[in-house]
Structure formats: C-alpha cells, structure tokens
Design a protein around this ligand. Structure first.
Ligand code: GDP
Ligand code: IMO
Ligand code: MG
Length: 428
C-alpha cells in the first residue's frame, strides 16, 4: 500500500502529525521535495520533536529516505540529526538513506536568497532564507553540486568554483563577498558524515514497492505554495503537489495509492501573497493564540483566516486526493459564528476556482456562508459520535463544498487526538 501526504493549503496544516500517526505501520517514509524550509512539529506524550529535512517517520525509527527532489543543506541536516539524537532518536545509515543525486544547498544559496529578498523590496516573498529557491535555480541551471560529487574532491573544488564564479558578479553589485574555498573546505570536513547515507534510493523504493511494502511519501509545504499551481510568485520553488513524488524519488508504481490531503479547519499562511479569507481582527488574533500559529522555521506569526473551500477543492483535484484529513478542529471551539468561503466575487462575476492572473486575484472578494459554532470543547476527542452536532455539521458542510470525504479529524497535537472515521489506520 502506498500513501502520500500533501498539504492542501499554504503549509503547516499538520502534515507532520499525520505522517507520524500513519508511519506506525510504514516500512519506508520518503521526502520528495522541498528542503529545510519545512517545519513539522510532532508531539508524542510530553516530547516535542521539530523536523525540517528528515522524514517524520524517523521518530518511530522507521526507514527514512530523502529523495532526489529535495534540496539538501548538509550542515542543516547534521544539526538536525544532532538535535534529535539528543532527544534519544536513533539516526544512522540503517534508517536514513539519501539519494546520491540530491542537489546540495551551499552557503552561497542562503546569501543569494537574502539578496533576492532585499532586491524585491515591498514585493518580497517572505522566504525562509534557507537558500531553497536559489538551490533549485542552480539545479535547473545544471550547475548544482550533488551528493555524489563528494566522491571526487578535485572535481568538487572545480565545480564549487564554477558555481561561485557564476553568481559573484551579481553578489558584488550588492557588496557581498563569499569565498568558494571556504565552502569547499567546510564541505570536505563534513563530507564523510553525509556520504554514509548516500544510496541509489530510487532502486530501494521501487524494490519495496514491488514487494508490496507500506511506503509513505511525505510532502512538505502546501499545494498553494506549488511553483506551478500556487499563488505565484508568492510560492516556494518546488512542486509541492503529489505528482512530484514520481520525479522526486524515481518511484514508478502508480496503483494502490491513497493520497491524503491534510487540511486545517481554517486557513493560515506565512510570508507574503494573497490570502482571500484573511482575518485582521480579534478572531484572527484568537486563531493565532489558540492554534499557536507561529512558524516552526522562522518563528514568524502566521496569518490566519476562515476556511476557503474554493482553494481546498482545487487542491484536491490537482493532487488527486482520495481522502481529506481535517486538522485543528479544536482551535475553532470557542467561535460563535464560523464563516466558510464558497466562491469569489470579481466585479459582477462569481469564480468557483482561483484564476492565476494576479490582477484578477487582487480584486477577488470572498463569498461566505455562515455556520453556527459549537462553543464546546472538542480537544482530544477520539470518536465522531462525541463531537457536538454543530461540529459534525460544520464538517459535513465542508465535505459538500470540497466534494470529498473527510476521513480523519484531528482534535489535538497528540497521536491519540485523532478521529479515524473510516478506520483508515486500522485497515491499512
Ligand atoms: P506541518 O508543517 O504541516 O507538519 O505542520 P506544523 O507542524 O508546522 O504545524 C502544525 C502545528 O499544529 C504543530 O505544532 C502540531 O503539533 C499542531 N497540531 C497538529 N494537529 C493539531 C490539532 O488537531 N489540534 C491542535 N490544537 N494542534 C495540532
Ligand atoms: P511546511 O512543510 C509554510 C513559505 C515561506 C514563503 C514561501 C517561499 O512546514 O508546511 P521558501 O523559503 O520556500 O523559498 O519560501 O513559502 N513556506 C512555508 N510556509 N509552511 C512551510 O512548510 C513552508 N515552506 C515555505 O514562508 O512564503
Ligand atoms: Mg510546518
């Protein structure tokens, strides 16, 4: 059985919790895009784990794979491994493998990310400044340093020099300097630590697939941050949608695949860009506080707003989502009247999808339907029948608008705070 987890909104939907929950039965957990711009928080009893690059299955000592679609900052990886080892998580070459052809993020990419943001001025994207975009640009520009390049020091030095030479003229215009030799020396120092994880992971994943093992593909970010289908240019630099699992890992088996769309019961976004249902008022502040909506990576306060069924329905179609997981229902517990966006008004027209044209997007106004809140505690509930009737009706209303069943409901950060409506976990 194969499962893919993707976020249907702008990220931070609670993917980490659901991957952790589902990975109890997994044989392999695989990351296929993004990098350490991702921040997944997993709570297990009193322990809280923060993951950026490592697949969330590592917490359960599952075999984890970082696929070629990821951009990998080797120093960030080492730090993350150290932090988790300090929390007694085992990480070694038996449970972590990294694609030999994964492209590396070097210090220059972080510098370029900063310079790019500075030069965008008021139109800055609000990136995580982890060098993700510049690293993907170099990948497509065929200049990248890949993990397998660490096998040949002489060539590695030349390649790094070429890469730095390519970017220096622009950086100098911004009075920035950075030394390729230092990057090379620093990389050599850690090269042996990283190389032990290097493997032809595409073979491992396909072999596991043929043997009908349980493979879990873990998406980062959300569909609205997808480089093609998101709110461009306010997006990340990878394809975050499920189609990317094939090119981001080399996995070629298409059948028996469930795609779970992780969806918050409201909407959040970090960084700039359109947000049609944003609440810049007391209710927005309440969602920030109650939902603890602060970025894991950059600690920025997340922008909060009502559920947008237009965007989620679109994400469901683009990703081929089979089941929706609704998270953070408990955060809405105290709200008296809840709004759901069911369309956009543009002049005299109504849109039931998000048009890509930025000029139209700027003039879209959400059309809302109002639903009564439940004003009862749902935190930690484990059974559908225990949910207050208004909460059940809210979920049914969302299902009718997004045209997909909501199979799992998360009512708290812990593993056990989960309503598995169709016994998806026990049947998988
Ligand atoms: P991800 O990036 O999609 O993995 O999500 P994050 O981990 O960045 O953000 C989700 C946050 O919400 C984390 O701190 C989780 O522990 C927490 N969380 C997940 N599900 C629930 C839930 O159902 N209720 C509450 N209150 N918190 C949750
Ligand atoms: P997880 O996996 C939320 C956002 C950044 C910025 C834009 C581009 O935790 O859901 P980048 O550094 O990727 O070039 O920044 O994308 N962003 C995220 N927002 N959750 C994430 O990951 C994100 N990863 C990137 O805030 O707006
Ligand atoms: Mg996150």
């Amino acid at each position: 059985m194969f499962y893919t987890i993707v976020g249907t909104q702008w990220g931070d939907e609670g993917k980490g919790k659901i991957v952790d929950w589902l990975s109890s039965k997994a044989d392999l957990v695989v990351r296929f895009q993004g990098g350490n711009n991702a921040g997944h928080t997993i709570k297990v009893n009193k322990n809280v784990y923060k993951l950026n690059l490592l697949p969330s299955g590592i917490i359960r000592n599952k075999k984890c794979i970082i696929g070629n679609g990821v951009v990998l900052d080797p120093w960030a990886l080492i730090k993350e491994i150290e932090n988790l080892r300090n929390q007694n998580i085992i990480i070694d070459e038996n449970n972590l493998c990294i694609a030999e052809n994964v492209c590396l993020i070097l210090p220059i990419h972080k510098l370029i990310d900063e310079v790019n943001e500075e030069s965008r001025g008021i139109n800055s994207i609000g990136t995580t400044k982890k060098g993700i975009g510049p690293a993907y640009e170099d990948k497509v520009g065929r200049r990248s340093i890949r993990l397998c390049d660490l096998n040949d020091n002489q060539n590695l030095k030349l390649k790094i020099k070429k890469l730095y030479d390519f970017h220096m003229p622009r950086l100098e215009k911004f009075n920035k300097s950075i030394d390729y030799e230092k990057a090379y020396e620093d990389l050599i120092k850690i090269s042996n630590i990283i190389k032990i994880f290097s493997a032809p992971v595409w073979k491992m994943i396909n072999d596991a697939g043929k043997q009908k093992k349980f493979i879990l593909f873990e998406g980062a970010q959300g569909s609205l941050l997808d480089i093609d289908f998101g709110t461009y240019p306010y997006v990340t630099s990878s394809n975050t949608s499920s189609g990317q699992i094939f090119s981001g890992t080399g996995f070629g088996i298409k059948e028996n695949h469930s795609i779970l769309g992780i969806t918050k019961a409201y909407t959040t976004r970090v960084g700039s860009g359109p947000f049609f249902t944003e609440l810049q008022n007391d209710i927005g502040d309440h969602l920030v506080e109650k939902g603890q909506e602060f970025g894991t990576v950059t600690k920025r306060k997340r922008r909060c707003g009502w559920f947008d069924s237009v965007l989620v329905r679109q994400s469901i179609v683009i990703n081929g989502i089979t089941d929706v997981v609704l998270t953070k229902l408990d955060v809405l517990d105290e709200i008296k009247e809840i709004k759901v966006c069911v369309g956009y008004r543009y002049n005299q027209e109504i849109y039931n999808y998000l048009p890509f044209d930025e000029n139209i997007q700027k003039k879209l106004f959400p059309v809302y339907e109002n639903l009564p809140g439940w004003q009862t505690k749902t935190f930690g509930l484990k059974n559908w029948s225990d949910l207050p009737i208004n909460a059940q009706q809210y979920i049914s209303f969302l299902e009718s608008k997004i045209e997909k069943k909501i199979s799992i409901i998360s009512t708290g950060p812990d593993r056990s705070h989960t309503i598995d409506r169709n016994n998806l976990l026990s049947n998988s």
